[in-house]
Design a protein around this ligand. Structure first.
Ligand code: HPA
Length: 238
């Protein structure tokens, strides 16, 4: 069985998927961190892989940028490929001044300016949250690994080039840590399909200072998040 956007059979995918935004990052993760990785789909250059990490089969499937793209892959994986859990590994821009470049944030809840969750769930105030056991597993893994993680609310936007100069102040007064473009779709579809999800993001830029990770720091910081998420994926129950 293949879908319009994933040319694979259900058995090609592991029940546990890690989802970066960038297809090249999927290749990077498969080559650097997985053993026996094989490409399972490359429709529209969205290269996806399945391989092993510490004895567990894990698939890496890129989401592309933004909710409409991510929602296509997330829905097809959950609905047609037997995927049970998706862990997004992405980047985000910080609102919260105490966040530093390279910090990792676990999205314990999410708000959005998109109508997608409301339209999908038929509810004007949809619950957008990760699977509680997955979040708890991530928090205890962070304690064990002595990794400093922030846990909190994030904002999923449809607009990268934001025209509203007051957005940051509004977000800070609402205790929102950072902004990215996919998590609300992930949490809404996980709720709809009764599957599990968690969004893990690395701070790649700062919205007040304009600071951004250099390309070498970006790689180092992203490696930290990738290894943390692979450890979480290999420890988590489905
Ligand atoms: N806005 C939206 N998405 C992002 C950003 C941002 O500033 N940085 C990384 N992902």
């Amino acid at each position: 069985m293949t879908t319009p956007h994933i040319a694979a059979m259900p058995e090609d995918l592991a029940p546990m998927v890690l989802m970066p935004g960038d297809p090249r990052r999927a290749t990077y993760i498969a080559e650097k961190f997985l053993t026996a990785a094989r490409e399972i789909s490359n429709v529209r250059n969205a290269v996806a892989y399945t391989g092993n990490y510490e004895g567990r089969q894990i698939s890496i499937v890129p989401s592309g940028m933004g909710m409409p793209s991510a929602a296509i892959y997330i829905t097809e994986l959950f609905r047609f490929f037997g995927v049970e859990t998706i862990i997004r590994i992405g980047t985000a821009g910080a609102f919260e001044p105490s966040l530093e470049l390279g910090d990792i944030v676990l999205a314990s809840s999410c708000i959005t300016n998109s109508s997608m969750p409301e339209l999908l769930l038929g509810n004007s105030d949809p619950k957008l949250a990760p699977a509680p056991d997955l979040l708890a597993a991530a928090e205890s893994l962070a304690v064990k690994a002595a990794a400093e993680l922030r846990v909190g609310k994030i904002f999923t936007t449809d607009i990268f080039y934001e025209p509203d100069n007051d957005l940051q102040a509004r977000m800070l007064s609402n205790e929102v840590l950072c902004v990215e473009m996919e998590t609300a779709a992930l949490y809404a579809i996980a709720e709809l399909e009764r599957k599990k999800a968690l969004s893990v993001v690395t701070i790649s830029d700062h919205l007040t200072s304009g600071l951004a990770l250099s390309s070498s720091d970006r790689e180092k910081s992203l490696d930290k998040m990738i290894e943390f998420s692979l450890d979480l994926a290999s420890a988590a129950t489905e």
